[in-house]
Design a protein around this ligand. Structure first.
Ligand SMILES: Nc1ncnc2c1ncn2[C@@H]1O[C@H](COP(=O)(O)OP(=O)(O)OP(=O)(O)O)[C@@H](O)[C@H]1O
Ligand SMILES: [Mg+2]
Length: 279
């Protein structure tokens, strides 16, 4: 009997193969994504960083099935993506909660395509309210929540259908630095409990290093992969460690040296209008 020296690598849960995307703009074509290839293993946490307009949100929209017009192939668990489905949950940049619905009703929207009894629906919503720590706020309306709590509702809505993959588009962009760090810890804890494969888009290199197993650095016009960096630091990660600092420098270097990057002009104090100086 022969034994394999190495177990075969797990089949990817998500596979982007030769993905390209163009938009028709003003009678012309805008190439938003070119030749995007990426495999994501089950349970993996991948972050995508890149400057504004390099196609990050477009990639998430393609994977979640909101836009079916693209070149190449996107597969989830070996099957081509066809429209939205309960196997993929998404959290958008702004939380997009409905102001006239309560916390539990907003989370329940994540179950609209599931065929569940009323009791089962209630049980699932309650379970996810617990998971994101919002017990006691079931009947609250979005305007009664803090920004961090509203984001947790959005995350619960993204998770409530028990997807295999959670897609997050700048989920913490609008939060202050402290709440943001708390939400990052929260997300890691949720991931541990829900065992979910995660694809996060962020502008924040530190956030990507703190959370992800791999960071995909994209470059713009057209949006394409510049480099993929493995983050081998053990959890819990310390932002102040030497290795963390080194990775941050490396990633920032990748992001800011893309040929098209133009350094902001140096402004001398004496060139500023008086109004600035008086202030
Ligand atoms: N529906 C659309 N119609 C036309 N062009 C679009 C459309 N959606 C996106 N684009 C263009 O595609 C490119 C990529 O956009 P996308 O929103 O994916 O960028 P992004 O990386 O998410 O940027 P940001 O970091 O600012 O959110 C941009 O040039 C944008 O103008
Ligand atoms: Mg975007």
């Amino acid at each position: 009997m022969t034994t394999l020296a190495f177990p075969p690598a797990a089949a990817p849960l998500v596979r982007f193969t030769h993905v390209g995307k163009q938009f028709a703009v003003d009678g012309g074509e805008l190439e938003a994504i070119r030749e995007f290839n990426l495999d994501i293993a089950p349970g993996e946490f991948v972050a995508i960083v890149g400057s504004s307009g390099c196609g990050k949100s477009t990639l998430l929209r393609l994977l979640v099935g909101l836009d079916g017009e693209f070149r190449g192939q996107i597969e989830v668990a070996g099957k081509p993506v066809q429209g939205i489905g309960g196997d993929r949950g998404i959290v958008f940049q702004e939380h997009r909660l409905f102001p006239w619905l309560t916390v539990e009703q907003n989370i329940g929207l994540g179950l609209v395509n599931e065929h569940l009894t009323q009791a089962e629906r209630f049980r699932r919503v309650s379970e996810f309210i617990q998971l994101v720590g919002l017990q006691g706020f079931e009947r609250a309306y979005p305007h009664q929540l803090s920004g961090g709590m509203a984001q947790r509702v959005a995350i619960a809505r993204g998770l409530v259908a028990s997807p295999q993959i959670l897609l997050l588009d700048e989920p913490f962009g609008a939060l202050d630095a402290l709440t943001r760090q708390q939400m990052q810890d929260e997300l890691l804890a949720i991931r541990r409990r829900a065992q979910i494969t995660t694809l996060l888009v962020t502008h924040d290199v530190e956030e990507a290093i703190f959370l992800a197993d791999r960071v995909v650095v994209m470059e713009p016009r057209p949006g394409r992969i510049k480099r993929i960096v493995d983050i081998d630091l053990p959890h819990p990660r310390t932002r102040s460690s030497f290795e963390f600092h080194q990775l941050r420098e490396e990633l920032l270097h990748e992001l800011t040296h893309d040929g098209e990057y133009v350094a902001p002009p140096v402004v001398r104090v004496e060139d500023l209008p008086l109004a600035y100086i008086a202030y």
